[in-house]
Design a protein around this ligand. Structure first.
Ligand code: GAP
Length: 489
């Protein structure tokens, strides 16, 4: 599917209307590229987190998780290369004073060409842009912008400054007297969670008696002063990452890189998301730490975009931290070397990283699940909006709906609620017609609803209604908990 702006806008407004995502501090008109997760959004987000955590730690015998602090010693970011290299090429429009990330400015222009049917021309421009970015050829990039007379959306002029690099890290200060410029007190909000893993490599390896190859996983907030922050939660200034650093013997990085590419793609598709909506994209310009890198891209309504990165980082990070901290970050490998018959000995492990944005995964799940369906007949048309979340990720698993507010039906419904709520998230609702209640649960992505009616009093059965096909059947009340638990497993 090409760009589908309307669908994207519908997802954004649905997210707000049904309590998934709100603009941050909205009563003060919001804060650019910062969002709050509402009552159902936070449940969905937590379910994605738990699913990732379980697959990357509990299901892996050689991966453990940590939770490092957001603040780290400032030298961490010098060693990691972020102080010197975590930059994006930017260009300012002299008339509007608006600043753009160069690749985003050109991509925006190409999107318009494609919308006008000039797909080949657009793709040729992207190819040239990628080659220029790979060579850090800023003069060439500026010429590309000028040659195509790319305009600022605000001033509608092509009056551009030269291209310059801007660092994306947020800084603040420790202590009460310092100013933010005081280098001694300056601390950064971490721009990636990975460094919290690298600086703890030996702590975990020694205390956990971990043997290479092994991994350390972490979920946490990261912060980037994205200059062009747009596209809802796709590009935020405060976001969450789910990262895993896999420590390996040097020389085995090729095989582990391929292994994690396959494993991570499998993780996505095991959620029931169609394979054709995914693709790999190899990086043209490698990040300062990477020896090889690719993205897993998903077909969002705004086109194919990165959701996860797999990076072969070599020994860059541990070597840098060893050098800056002057602490040895080596591993003693006592496996026998095949040629000498002696232990392999000390080395700095290589790293293959998997790094997925939690908010982007949230947007992926939303985009893949959102459907507007035409129901009813030509005489009596009807529509519904349904979120077809994989049941294990759905914020509410089971809605319990007494048909009426009287005749003892709420009591039976409450008893089912009390039985089930310790196992999975349930929602009790007795207001409105049953049809309206079903529609509301569809819009929240609740996979199962049960209705308690007068027959329930006679034969201890309820009607279960399935969200996706809207089929209904009667089942014994005694089967409800087990049946839903099995479906969400
Ligand atoms: N440790 C490696 C690293 O941080 P990255 O490609 O810069 O690599 C990894 O980021 C993932 O984090 C991306 O694939 C994306 O899903 C997510 N991400 C990065 N910047 C983001 C932003 N501004 N807003 C939301 N998610 C972001």
């Amino acid at each position: 599917m090409a760009n589908d702006t309307n669908r994207f806008l519908a997802i954004i407004s649905h997210s707000k209307e049904y309590g998934f995502i709100f603009p941050s501090s909205e009563i003060y008109d919001g804060l650019a590229a910062v969002y709050d997760y509402g009552q159902w959004g936070s449940e969905l987000k937590k379910n994605i987190k738990d699913h990732w955590w379980k697959s990357m730690t509990q299901m892996q015998e050689n991966i453990v998780g940590i939770d490092a602090a957001i603040f780290m010693h400032p030298t961490t970011w010098k060693a990691s290369g972020h102080v010197d290299n975590f930059n994006d090429p930017m260009i300012d429009n002299k008339d509007s004073k608006k600043r753009y990330r160069v690749d985003h400015l050109i991509e925006g222009y190409v999107d318009k060409l494609k919308a006008d049917g000039k797909t080949e021309e657009g793709e040729a421009i992207i190819e040239v842009m990628e080659a220029l970015i790979a060579q850090d050829d800023f003069a060439g990039l500026k010429k590309l912008i000028e040659d195509h007379k790319i305009k600022c959306a605000i001033s509608e002029t092509s009056n551009w400054t030269d291209i310059r690099q801007f660092n994306l890290m947020f800084a603040t200060e420790f202590g009460s007297t310092a100013s933010a410029d005081d280098a001694d007190n300056k601390v950064y909000l971490r721009p990636e969670t990975a460094q919290g893993i690298f600086v703890n490599f030996l702590n975990v390896q020694k205390t956990g008696r971990m043997k290479v190859p092994f991994g350390i996983a972490q979920i946490g907030k990261a912060f980037r002063n994205e200059i062009v922050a747009r596209q809802f939660i796709f590009r935020m200034r405060e976001f969450e990452q789910m990262e895993m650093q896999f420590f390996i013997r040097p020389g085995t990085e090729g095989q582990w890189y391929e292994y994690w590419k396959t494993e991570r793609m499998k993780w996505h598709q095991d959620l029931g998301i169609p394979a054709e909506k995914y693709r790999f994209h190899d990086h043209v310009k490698l990040a300062h730490y990477a020896k090889a890198a690719c993205d897993i891209e998903f077909e969002f309504p705004i086109g194919f975009k990165e959701v996860e990165g797999i990076h072969s980082r070599g020994d860059f990070d541990l070597t840098q931290h060893q050098q800056f901290s002057k602490k040895k970050l080596q591993y003693f490998d006592n496996d026998l070397d095949e040629s000498t018959g002696k232990p392999i000995g000390n080395y700095i492990p290589y790293v293959v990283e998997t790094s997925i944005g939690l908010d982007r995964m949230f947007l992926l799940v939303m985009s893949n699940s959102y459907r507007e369906e035409e129901l009813g007949t030509p005489e009596k048309p009807d529509t519904r909006v349904v979120l077809q979340f994989p049941p294990k990720l759905a914020p509410i698993k089971l809605a319990i709906l007494p048909l009426t507010k009287k005749d003892g039906l709420p009591e039976i419904a409450r008893a089912i609620m009390n039985d089930c709520k310790s196992e999975f998230k349930c929602f009790y609702e007795e207001k409105d017609t049953i049809g309206k209640r079903y529609r509301r649960m569809d819009a929240l992505g609740t996979p199962f609803c049960i209705t308690v009616d007068h027959q329930s009093k006679e034969d201890n059965t309820v009607t279960i209604r399935y969200r996706d096909n809207m089929q209904q059947e009667r089942i014994p009340i005694s089967d409800v908990k087990q049946m839903i638990a099995k479906q969400i497993r």
